[in-house]
Design a protein around this ligand. Sequence first.
Ligand SMILES: [Zn+2]
Ligand SMILES: [Zn+2]
Length: 344
Amino acid sequence: MATTKFAIAPMKAAQVPKAGADFEIVEREIPKPGAGHVLIKVQACGVCHSDVLTKDGALPGIEYPRVPGHEVVGIIDELGAGVSAWKKGQRVGVGWHGGHDGTCLQCRRGDFRNCRNRKIAGISYDGGYQQYMVAPVEALASIPESLSDVEAAPLLCAGITTYDALRRSGAMPGDLVAVEGIGGLGHLGVQFANKFGYKVAAIGHGPEHGALAKQLGASVYIDSNATNAARALQELGGAQVILATAPSSKAMSELIDGLGPNGTLMVVGAAFDPIEATPSQLIFGNRAIQGYASGTPADSEDTLQFAVLTGVRPMIETYPLERAAEAYARMMSGKAQFRVVLTM
Ligand SMILES: [Zn+2]
Ligand SMILES: [Zn+2]
């Protein structure tokens, strides 16, 4: 990795210089927060599969160089003009929901997550792979004292995504809920599903995560390499909800026949190829396929408080910021146990 030096260079950042290029560690000036923004001294930042959008330029309109990162935990270091609800020294987090305008039709309806001008941290502006970042106040979540920085970070995307999707899925305590994929999202999804009182079927690809899935709260482990997972779910009565966390459209398509009557495939693993289902697979049994994208900072706070209440925690591997490229490669390999977190 190249290192670029400037005359005044008090902080380090891991930036993507252009779409598809390797990470580079650069020194930058500490930015100033504008009106309605705060400067955050970053303590930890999770590495999410969606960082591939910034790394590879998979979304149109990303300006480079860009610093990824939307699982950010840090301390407010400076307040911009007009900021009154947050204090210097307060510990805060920034997740996927990186800001909204408050004025579009969706915002006027209170549906901030679907703001037409919604911002995403690490995509619309520089995120948390750096020692200081600037964020708008509507992106901030407060962090409970009893969670460490590195534990809290993954809860701001992997955590909220699985927690919020499950709590709004319509599944009731005692229902069969399957969590597909035992990875960064899935290992949290299994824990949340267990704490919500569901009967949890964890679905992995291979035998290696079976014992752990049960420790995390699954009552059944289905190895989809060895068994037809949809049939296995039907033998258990059919799933009310299947939370599909692994970014594999093929794996998701193969599970649709595992849904029970009125069951929903909740899609949170972001893949780009089509999910395949026939109309009759959906019509007979009134089954649905629904996407779910993260949530607002208020939902993040609910996730964090629920984790404090119930003991749900991410399992993490930490890397220093200087090794961001290695940390990202580790996440992309699918071998991390289970969430990779950068420390500053
Ligand atoms: Zn994410
Ligand atoms: Zn809006």
